[in-house]
Write a protein that binds this ligand. Structure first.
Ligand code: 3PY
Ligand code: MG
Length: 269
């Protein structure tokens, strides 16, 4: 099952969000109960070499490898696919032209202009038939254009209508900054929720997928009700602090000592 076939079937997928550029850490993240692991090159520490190496433990854990590229680095979208990513998230897609350039590097002709060379991806997926790879790749890979500014919102239908753009992915933190004109950053801001619901509804009408980064895991059900089916939960910093908090709570409880942990289930990141 590819990430594309599961999203096409209407499944809700939870992706981990990795920022530590180390295949050994990604191996641990991939072993948890997520459906996918997103390797973040925009704000996380991932770089070309760590992406090349970190996709291996994700595939070995039978999870879907996803890469978020840096802003405007659409060339990296092709490289991520050539390394074995099944989906790519492009941040700050703020115009139809951005969407076209992203799609061009995500899809082989006739949809786009992706250059041939799945040097690592084909063997990683056990493919020995180049023609089958060429024919199947466009449908098997998912391109998510991030909607996280007012400019993107203003041209949302054009982005959704761009051939080769398979879905949108909302960045609620940046969106909250745009929504409040720089007053605050709050990925759970109630005032923008109706708009986030409308974004998912418009994606559905266009026949495209909708994903979102979720800061408060308790909001997952609400986002699914809106129509979001690809939900991201991050990051290693949070996984480690939540795990340590839980362990220390148990240990201190067993010792009868007062609770000293400061870790919280919700972070701003
Ligand atoms: C945002 O919330 O702006 C994001 O880009 C999520 O990573
Ligand atoms: Mg963002």
């Amino acid at each position: 099952m590819t990430i594309a076939s599961r999203l096409n079937a209407g499944e809700t997928l939870l992706t981990a969000w990795s920022g530590i550029p180390d295949a050994l850490t990604v191996e641990i993240v991939a072993a948890q109960g997520f459906d996918a692991v997103t390797l973040d090159m925009q704000h996380g520490g991932h770089h070309e070499d760590s992406i090349l190496r970190s996709i291996v433990p994700v595939l070995r854990a039978a999870k879907h490898p996803v890469v978020r590229i840096p802003v405007g680095r659409f060339d990296m979208a092709s490289r991520a696919l050539d390394f074995g990513a099944e989906a790519v998230i492009a941040p700050m897609v703020n115009s139809v032209e951005d969407a076209r350039r992203f799609a061009a590097l995500m899809k082989y002709p006739p949809v786009g202009e992706r250059s041939w060379g799945p040097t690592f991806a084909a063997p990683r997926f056990g493919s020995k038939d180049p023609t089958a790879w060429l024919r199947e790749s466009n449908a098997a890979t998912v391109s998510f254009a991030m909607i996280e500014t007012r400019a993107a919102l203003n041209v949302l239908d054009g982005i959704l209508a761009t051939p080769g753009v398979d879905g949108i992915f909302v960045g609620p933190a940046d969106f909250s900054i745009a929504w409040t004109e720089g007053e605050t950053v709050d990925a759970t801001l109630e005032d923008m929720m109706e708009t986030l619901a409308r974004i998912a509804a418009r994606a559905k009408v266009a026949g495209k997928h909708a994903g979102i980064f979720v800061v408060d895991a308790g909001m997952c059900g609400r986002f699914v009700e809106m129509g979001y089916r690809f939900l991201a939960l991050g990051t290693e910093h949070r996984y480690i602090s939540l795990g340590a908090e839980s362990l220390l709570k148990t240990a201190r409880g067993a010792l009868g000592a007062p609770q000293a942990s400061k870790a919280s289930g919700k972070t701003g990141y």
